[in-house]
Design a protein. Structure first.
Length: 203
């Protein structure tokens, strides 16, 4: 079975070099392969994303401005795991309500991934949410979320856009391909919404 390997590493020192608004830059010294190595990396709280799907296999996407790439990207609702004592599932439910005023009856893990393991410990969990309905209230949105556009898009159309590189948000790319394959396999690849998440730094 193909599977990544968790490696226990003796960390000699760990120091926050930059204390950021959303995430930090950390410097660590550790023993590996008989040598002492030093690396700087982005220390990230992790995040969740939600593929909210209706009975016609349409997924609700939002278009949101992302400043580092100077683009308004199509992506699934998503948010940081930056609230203490909030589980990833609770965070996903909160983000779905806050970003698109929706709630769902059925939740499952679609996929987990590490965004940039060479320089970042960010882990993202993508949920599939079905039995979707309006919450009956509207959340007050600010900043980049104030002018978000939302659209229900057929899953097959999203996959076509991914393969043509017309959309490049990683949670959208991975989520769309995972959902496409899972649907073809009768959704047997889905995992329980509270499935363990050992790859997450706080998991």
């Amino acid at each position: 079975m193909l599977e990544d390997e968790a490696v226990p590493v003796d960390v000699d020192s760990s120091e926050v070099m930059f204390d950021g608004y959303v995430w930090d830059v950390r410097r660590e010294s550790f023993a590996y392969g008989g040598s002492t190595l030093r690396r700087d990396f982005v220390d990230h709280p992790g995040a969740v994303a939600v593929f909210a799907m209706d009975d016609d296999d349409r997924v609700l996407l939002i278009k949101q401005y992302r400043h580092p790439v100077r683009r308004r990207e199509w992506e699934p609702p998503a948010g940081l795991l930056d609230m203490e004592a909030e589980s990833p599932l609770e965070a996903a439910k909160r983000e779905l309500a806050e970003e698109v005023d929706l709630e769902a009856d059925d939740w499952a893990v679609l996929s987990d991934y590490l965004t940039t393991p060479g320089g970042n410990n960010e882990a993202i969990r993508i949920y599939l949410a079905r039995g979707v309905r309006a919450t009956g209230s509207t959340f007050d949105r600010e900043g980049e979320e104030a002018d978000m556009e939302s659209r229900w898009v057929p899953l097959d159309e999203i996959v076509d856009a991914v393969l043509a590189s017309r959309v490049q948000n990683p949670s959208l790319v991975i989520g769309a391909l995972a959902a496409h394959v899972s649907r073809a396999r009768g959704w047997t690849t889905l995992r329980a919404a509270d499935d363990p998440w050992p790859a997450h730094p706080n998991g």
